[in-house]
Design a protein around this ligand. Sequence first.
Ligand SMILES: NC(=O)C1=CN([C@@H]2O[C@H](COP(=O)(O)OP(=O)(O)OC[C@H]3O[C@@H](n4cnc5c(N)ncnc54)[C@H](OP(=O)(O)O)[C@@H]3O)[C@@H](O)[C@H]2O)[C@@H](O)CC1
Ligand SMILES: [K+]
Length: 502
Amino acid sequence: MITAYTAAQIRAAERVAIDRDGDATLMRRASTAVASVVAERLPHPLPGRSAVLLVGAGNNGGDALWAGAFLRRRGLAVTALLLQPDRAHPAGLAALRRAGGRVLALDPGDPAPAPVRALLTSADAVIDGIVGLAARPPLRPGAAALVAAANTSPALKVAVDLPSGIDPDTGATGPADDGDPVVFAADVTVTFGGVKTGLLLAADAMVSVGIGMEPDPGPAPDGTGSAERFAAAAAAVDAIALTDADLRVLLPDPGAGADKFTDGLVGIVAGSPGYPGAAVLCTGGAVRTRPGMVRYAGAQATAVVARWPEVVAAADPSVAGRVQAWVIGPGMGTDAAAGELLADVLRRDEPVLVDADGLTLLGEHPQWLSERTARGAVTLLTPHDREFTRVFPDLPLDDRLTATRTAARRSGATVLLKGHRTIVADPHGTTVVNRSGSSWLATAGSGDVLSGVIGSLLAAGLPPVLAAGAGAFLHGRAGERVHAAGEAGAQALWSHLRAARV
Ligand SMILES: NC(=O)C1=CN([C@@H]2O[C@H](COP(=O)(O)OP(=O)(O)OC[C@H]3O[C@@H](n4cnc5c(N)ncnc54)[C@H](OP(=O)(O)O)[C@@H]3O)[C@@H](O)[C@H]2O)[C@@H](O)CC1
Ligand SMILES: [K+]
């Protein structure tokens, strides 16, 4: 599991390390790591190559200057571009000068004139030390202009601690009505003293470097497959991202002695005469995620059984028999009959996952959810953006993490917000960010498969936040495999769900 922290948590841990080791030592460790990552990723030999440093007025700029000094010693030509020349980190600047680096003071009104752009374009590496932990987006105009110019360079782009322009705590890049916010387009981020939660959302490749004192990661999952222990570990930090190894712990193969997670029937209410495919796709997600029985209850029983003969089908939930969790919504329609069906399922005590049309109906009948929450029933909502806004119209999506967490806390449901980085939050604030997946997953019907996958894990007894997190991870891995195999269409996911558990 990748554990992530708020800027405040990281600063608190670092304060202890600064008191013990001094901040120069910490900066030395941080900048050494940045220089190593640059040196490892550039083609060798290094002498004759060039690096450009983007340097702001804080310690983030100090890290970049020190990294530049180390790279200079390894033979690179290094130029520092100072956004605020009179406030650049004095010791870092002196170190770079001693090593023979070049320093250019930028004009605050025009930080990226043609010669600076030419320098950026011809560089082998650009190192972003404009802002780190202390800044919040959007970038100020001078910094934004420099970052925009750097982003057009073909150089290897390395961010120091954070790509400048993202919020360390949320990954947000600024108010949505502010045009296109500028963010350093890092190929890799070298981060220190613990992964920041914003990086889980906004950074692709990252290298996390210990510099002496990291935040307490909380109780470690012990590898026994205990989902409760796993959930406690997730709850002890600001957010987590799951890994393939975590999936092996959370979803053991049948027969591995973890009956608790291999039991459990899921009941699926999906599809309508207008959307028969949603029923088949959703059911397929459940059938292919775990062995064991899947029940279908709805208008498309014939189509479902034709494709999935192992499914036990009924005309509606009242005659479906016992299940341990329900999935309701994909393609079910939003008419009065669909509303009655949803209201009926939501009155039950088993955990219920509501998706797609079910969410549209829930937006019109918020009391159905509040009644469930009041009596302690478990609900999981899996909206995309438009569905989220129907259920939570007052929560802006320019900060997706905060919106998801607020929705979960307020509604008492676990909320999974689909996106490039799918976010899951439960009412207590436990947060999972999904980092698997391919943009290919934005295909029709992909969400129907996802709700079947998650429903199956919910029925197996995983806590909702882990069922949703593990389901999103598995679905994402399956999407990557579909893409790699050159296949297309949501049903291609079915055949990759098993192999995606590596
Ligand atoms: N803590 C530690 O022990 C260690 C910390 N380390 C490193 O220090 C970093 C934190 O350094 P930090 O605290 O000096 O702040 P930092 O992120 O450089 O930014 C401050 C500057 O940004 C400016 N600024 C603000 N908002 C802005 C905006 N929107 N757009 C543009 N500019 C904006 C702000 O301007 P001002 O408000 O002062 O005018 C000020 O000049 C951390 O990320 C890590 O890299 C490592 O060396 C390891 C040890
Ligand atoms: K940075």
